[in-house]
Design a protein around this ligand. Sequence first.
Ligand SMILES: Nc1ncnc2c1ncn2[C@@H]1O[C@H](COP(=O)(O)OP(=O)(O)O)[C@@H](O)[C@H]1O
Ligand SMILES: N[C@@H](CCOP(=O)(O)O)C(=O)O
Length: 308
Amino acid sequence: MREAGDTAFTVRAPASSANLGPGFDSLGLSLPLFTTVTVTPQAVAEVVPLGPELAGTPADEGNYVYQAMLLAARQAGRGLPSARVEIQTEIPLARGLGSSAAALVAGIVAGNEALGRPLSEAEVLDLAAREEGHPDNVAPALLGGIVVATLDRLGTHHVRLDPPPHLGVTVLIPDFELSTSRARGVLPGEYSRADAVHALSHAALLAAAFAQGRLDLLRHAMQDRLHQNWRAPLVPGLSDILEGATGHGALGAALSGAGPTVLCFHDAREETAGLHAFLHGVMEAHGLTGRVLDLPIQTEGTVVQRGG
Ligand SMILES: Nc1ncnc2c1ncn2[C@@H]1O[C@H](COP(=O)(O)OP(=O)(O)O)[C@@H](O)[C@H]1O
Ligand SMILES: N[C@@H](CCOP(=O)(O)O)C(=O)O
């Protein structure tokens, strides 16, 4: 019987916010809410999702985290050692905060760790990006910080940036779920040349603004025509926030991933009470409930801890 090494280990993968406006499928950042997977070698495989957030997920080998561990093993051409796999998460599911990317990355990293790390970091990233179909959540989940990434037939190519000083995030997390597949389903199959030029010029400006710490450019660079308008009918209040947030202290605003969470940037040296009041007011006007949180950008990506 193969077992997962000699000792238990824990993998912790962070949440992520993808797109950031115009960077559809290509730009994302990491946030300090975590999915944690604890792998304990034992004779029989066991999958144990813990806590209310994971109540609806499979408690068997069909669990997405376990499937990701198997994916890593298949990629390495090996069998997965038997273990008890406990899964916990602070990331609300289907809200546009990359819960599936965190589960996928945590599972791949856990499978790789159980096998003695046959896959390099680049191979882990590429495997996760191909499985998810786009790299904008899995790259910041694995690497932390802000990541610009593209996926082509040769691999997943990326640049990871440390966040500019004083750049803080405010997220409005509504209490309702919206699956990424549903929110991708409303997007058109084709765009005009004008929309393509709009998208690439804004995404390029946004990446450059992050690289140079040009917080003054965020409100201009975060304009999008590829996905937010199409998704607005699925996210009550989104248009109000995109139009009004910069008038209430935000440096820029965007739908987080496929939604329904909305992300605003703020200057961490400034008060955010006015922005919070505005976001709560939008929720109230649309009959929604939810949470508004200030978070720093998470600079550390996925980590493995052994022993202890
Ligand atoms: N920790 C987890 N364990 C098992 N499945 C998970 C976990 N996190 C996410 N998932 C799966 O991913 C789905 C949400 O993915 P998705 O619709 O892409 O939303 P998002 O990634 O924005 O949270 C959940 O409904 C669940 O099936
Ligand atoms: N680029 C993707 C990002 C999906 O992010 P998620 O956090 O909602 O899974 C998209 O916009 O569909």
